[in-house]
Write a new protein. Structure first.
Length: 392
């Protein structure tokens, strides 16, 4: 929480003030810049002008400072529109010209504030010509009054104006980088939540389905076959313990199932559901990337879970073959049953999550009804995703 408050405070430092507290902090930062007003104030206090000139000079200086502060606090309350901001900068420039021409070179320092305003409120494209224009006006005023004090400010005015433009762009870029970093962190958190949701759905769906089947078997065996019922209960305990291990691994991000283990689990689940299973004895996984094997293992788990829970099938066939396509070599897992299925419309959460897994591994999923039953086909590349992309 303190870190978040600190970041928000740093962001407000780079923006025009929007609250009274922001305005006070901004004014404290701006106070050192008022040093250029010392010459006009000393000129008024010295008494070198008539009473009317002194009064008009004081009024003009007050109006100048008020306009400058209005630009500084332009976003408090209802932000000023762009035309109003440009008008205030124009008023600053007109006051600087009028006061410098009527009261002398001591007032040339006002052009510094005009240049700073151009650099802080205008875009870079506008500041690129308004700051040199301010410097040119200062030059013309100085030449008109034939005052040698001009040259001390001739370089200072554009330098300070462009420096303010650079600071403004730096602050803007810093703010954008902070928001970009926050967005990246949010996207990473969302991706992790999606991964965890997919893992828990696939893990618990399969394990709980198997536990339910074995519980029903144990219930039917209890009156006449207590020993077989006890074996089913022992299997339930084993499945439950393995489910706990899988959930812990999924939460910590270390869960990466193996196809051989999933084939063995599929045999147990299908047999418990009374489904005749035809599975490959020993899968040929030579050369299959680890990520691709993991995606196929998740596909097999999801497919078998759906067969057990929804298909009503009496037979299920699992094939694992290699195919050469125009996009390169692929490993293909096909799970087909002969059940009537259910009347569910559209893919469920399991197939949606499985599609995301396969796409992340560079593969694809095809699932749908066939003439007699349901078929799920998962394909993954036999080369890493990065290598496939580089060849393409």
């Amino acid at each position: 929480m303190p870190e978040k408050v600190r970041e928000e405070r740093l962001i407000r430092m780079g923006e025009p003030p929007r609250t009274r507290a922001d305005a006070l902090r901004k004014l404290v930062w701006v106070l050192p810049w008022l040093v250029f007003l010392s010459s006009p104030v000393n000129d008024l206090v010295a008494g070198g002008h008539t009473a009317t000139g002194t009064w008009l000079g004081s009024a003009g200086l007050t109006a100048f400072v008020g306009t400058y502060l209005a630009l500084l606090l332009r976003n408090m309350g209802s932000p000023l529109p762009g035309r109003a901001v440009a008008g205030l900068v124009g008023v600053l420039g007109a006051l600087a010209v009028a006061l410098s021409l009527t009261l002398g070179s001591s007032w040339f320092g006002l052009f510094v504030y005009v240049s700073v305003s151009c650099g802080s409120v205008f875009s870079l494209r506008t500041a690129y010509w308004t700051i040199p224009l301010t410097t040119l006006v200062l030059l013309l005023v100085g030449l008109y009054t034939a005052d040698e004090d001009l040259w001390g400010l001739f370089l200072l005015v554009p330098l300070i104006g462009f420096a303010m433009s650079g600071v403004r762009e730096l602050v803007r870029t810093t703010i954008e980088l902070r928001w970009a970093r926050a967005t990246v962190a949010q996207l990473a958190a969302n991706e992790e939540r999606l991964r965890l949701a997919r893992d828990l759905h696939d893990l618990l769906g399969h394990s709980l389905s198997l536990i339910t089947l074995k519980s029903e078997l144990a219930g039917r065996m209890l009156p006449d076959h207590p020993e077989k019922a006890a074996q089913q209960v022992a299997d339930i305990e084993q499945v439950s313990r393995q489910a706990l291990v899988d959930v812990r691994e999924a939460v910590t991000g270390y869960r990466r199932p193996r196809l051989s283990a999933e084939l063995a689990g599929a045999q147990v689940a299908l047999t418990a559901a009374g489904v005749i299973a035809e599975l490959p004895a020993e899968p040929d996984l030579a050369g299959v990337p680890e990520e691709s094997e993991s995606a196929l293992a998740w596909a097999l788990r999801e497919a078998v879970t759906n067969v057990v829970r929804h298909s009503g099938a009496s037979r299920c066939t699992v094939d694992l073959v290699r195919r050469q396509t125009l996009d390169g070599p692929f490993c293909e897992l096909c799970v087909e049953d002969n059940g009537p299925g259910t009347s569910g419309k559209g893919p469920g959460n399991g197939l949606t999550g499985l599609t995301e897994r396969l796409e992340k591994a560079g593969g694809m999923l095809e699932a749908g009804r066939v003439k007699r039953g349901f078929r799920l086909v998962a394909r993954v590349p036999l080369t890493p995703v990065g290598d496939v992309g580089s060849r393409a």
